[in-house]
Design a protein around this ligand. Structure first.
Ligand SMILES: Nc1ncnc2c1ncn2[C@@H]1O[C@H](COP(=O)(O)OP(=O)(O)O)[C@@H](O)[C@H]1O
Ligand SMILES: [Mg+2]
Length: 304
């Protein structure tokens, strides 16, 4: 088995009487790209800040690189690239000044790589941070996290404020980190982001882990709404008998249905006819939660 890079055991944080996170257990192995998915307020930032020893847990413990974060926090953080959820950069300095300063403090910074990252993310290193939009600040945060090619990247909502083109560039950076053998822990409240970059995902809701599983297994059981616009209406029965296809409904030549898991059977059947358009509605987080809490009924409400 690969070495665990992050180990959380019974990790719990209360803010006074309010829960932050409750009794979290999970491992992240070396080289994994691990997603940490949950709606706002679920406890993602609390978890991350605990892993970095920026706040102390009420109970339980966390290890990073096999070391207790409370004892060796400083040493551990030296090998982590951290993108905070809310960036607190020095407002009156430019990106260039900040990175040169950080490079001098730490040593060993490859300035060509900083410039490459700035170029790819279209970040302006010559403006003072106070003059940047939130999306452009986010780019500086990403550069700062990636620039030392750290052993572990901890990214809190990394795609926040990025336009679609820059998101693609960010996905590319993650692929490069993966190829380098770096480990990534990335939080998000957006399922498609996690789906796109991660091997495995933990889902957190109201401070508690709902599940930790491979993205492929998570997708296996997901129910998607599909719409197919045909040139002419095909025979309805053909679609009703397909495995995993439910709630088949035609409106003129437009098919609407729900599909569990893979789309292959549906697409191959549809391909027998002239297809004008296909629209796939991905399940949102709430729909995924429904899958996990199905049958528990009141248990969920009691938790609300
Ligand atoms: N400094 C704080 N003081 C009190 N409550 C907090 C504090 N930080 C977070 N919380 C609470 O902890 C819960 C988890 O918050 P957070 O970890 O920020 O969630 P996420 O990052 O998933 O949006 C929320 O209910 C939030 O209100
Ligand atoms: Mg957060």
């Amino acid at each position: 088995m690969r070495q665990p890079i992050i180990e959380a055991r019974g990790l719990t944080k209360f803010y006074g009487k309010n829960r932050g996170i409750i009794d979290l257990d999970f491992d992240v192995s070396e080289g994994e790209v691990f997603g940490y998915l949950g709606p706002n307020g679920a406890g993602k930032t609390t978890t991350i800040r605990t892993l970095l020893d920026l706040i102390r847990p009420t109970d339980g413990e966390a290890k990073v690189f096999g070391k207790d974060v409370r004892l060796d926090g400083e040493e551990i953080r030296a090998d982590i690239g951290y993108l905070p959820g809310e960036l607190a950069l020095f407002g009156d300095m430019t990106g260039e000044e900040i990175f040169k300063y950080l490079g001098n403090v730490r040593g060993g910074l490859n300035w060509n790589y900083v410039e490459e990252l700035a170029d790819r993310l279209e970040a302006d290193l010559s403006k003072t941070v106070a003059d940047l939009s939130s999306g452009n600040k986010q780019k500086l945060g990403l550069i700062q996290a990636f620039m030392n090619k750290p052993r572990l990247l901890i990214l809190d909502e990394p795609t926040n404020g990025l336009d679609p083109l820059m998101q693609q560039e960010f996905f590319q950076l993650i692929e490069e980190a993966r190829a380098n053998g770096q480990t990534v822990f990335a939080s998000s409240h957006i399922l498609p982001v996690v789906e796109r970059i991660c091997d495995r995902v933990a889902i957190i809701r109201k401070g508690e882990l709902v599940t930790v599983e491979e993205i492929d297994d998570l997708k296996e059981g997901m129910l998607r709404s599909i719409e197919i616009q045909f040139a002419d209406r095909p025979p309805e029965e053909k679609f009703k008998e397909l495995p995993g296809v439910e709630e088949v409904n035609f409106e003129d030549s437009r098919l609407r249905c729900k599909v569990v898991g893979r789309l292959d059977d549906l697409i191959k059947e549809a391909a027998n006819y002239e297809v004008v358009n296909v629209i796939s509605h991905e399940p949102n987080l709430e729909e995924i939660f429904l899958k996990y809490y199905e049958g528990e009924g009141e248990g969920v409400e009691a938790n609300a």
